[in-house]
Design a protein around this ligand. Structure first.
Ligand code: SAH
Length: 224
């Protein structure tokens, strides 16, 4: 799977993809993440990527030309399944969307800034708009990193224990059960006996019950 992320601040995306699971996925060749500097595609001496909004008002708007040039170049090199714009007014990211995207081939992600991007970029090029929650950030880079992380860890072969993503919260509309590790007794705070029993079916049953209980308490909407 390949992600091409188009941004005016590539430096913001240097770190998130060079550690842990995302790094491993790229080393294994399961995921390729390429960051493109939007300014490299801007024409004119100033290499400008934004301009004043028509109709007046505060905030700059990102212009069509550099995005169009970058997207068209990428599309001339390979086919893309989606061109995603990270935007607070998009559909809210959830595990279902992450699952859907994890079986795609190539995805372009556009990061906005300032007041946003010219609506015509969205009308002409964008196939899907995704928000990471009901709050506004200053740019689309952190949302893009969140999206890529949520998707890449679901690609088969990325997590070392293949089943571990399946028992995570939101898969099967349940939150995850509580987890414990050594020591079994920390200053009198004990691990539930069942987890020390070695009885795998019973442990599985306990985890399932705990997951249901936790979901009932914290996210009853998921059980509906
Ligand atoms: N004026 C816009 C917000 C612009 S914020 C509005 O009110 O909808 C600048 C950029 O940050 C956006 O274009 C988007 O790419 C990114 N961004 C901000 N909050 C986001 C969120 N919750 N989810 C995804 N992207 C977001």
């Amino acid at each position: 799977m390949r992600f091409d992320i188009i941004t005016v601040l590539p430096g913001l995306l240097e770190s998130p993809f060079t550690h842990s699971i995302l790094q491993r996925a790229q080393k294994k060749g399961v995921a390729e993440i390429v960051v493109h500097n939007l300014r490299d595609y801007a024409s004119g001496k100033q290499k400008s990527v934004d301009d004043y909004p028509y109709g007046g008002g505060s905030g700059m708007v990102m212009t069509i030309q550099p995005f169009a040039a970058c997207i068209e170049k990428l599309k001339s090199e390979r086919e893309y399944d989606e061109v995603i714009f990270m935007s607070p007014d998009g559909e809210t990211l959830n595990q279902k969307i992450a699952n859907q995207l994890s079986i795609k081939g190539n995805i372009i992600i556009l990061c906005g800034h300032y007041k946003g991007i010219d609506q015509r970029i969205r009308d002409i090029f964008v196939t899907r708009e995704i928000s990471i929650g009901d709050y506004v950030l200053s740019g689309g880079e952190l949302p893009a990193a969140v999206l890529v992380d949520a998707v890449v860890r679901l690609i088969p072969g990325v997590l070392s224990d293949e089943t571990s993503a399946l028992s995570d919260s939101f898969q099967n509309d349940l939150l995850d059960a509580p987890v414990y590790t050594r020591p079994a007794d920390w200053n009198g705070h004990k691990v539930p006996d069942i987890l020390l029993s070695g009885d795998t079916p019973k442990v599985e049953q306990w985890r399932f019950e705990q997951a249901i209980e936790r979901t009932k308490q914290r996210r009853p909407d998921l059980l509906e």
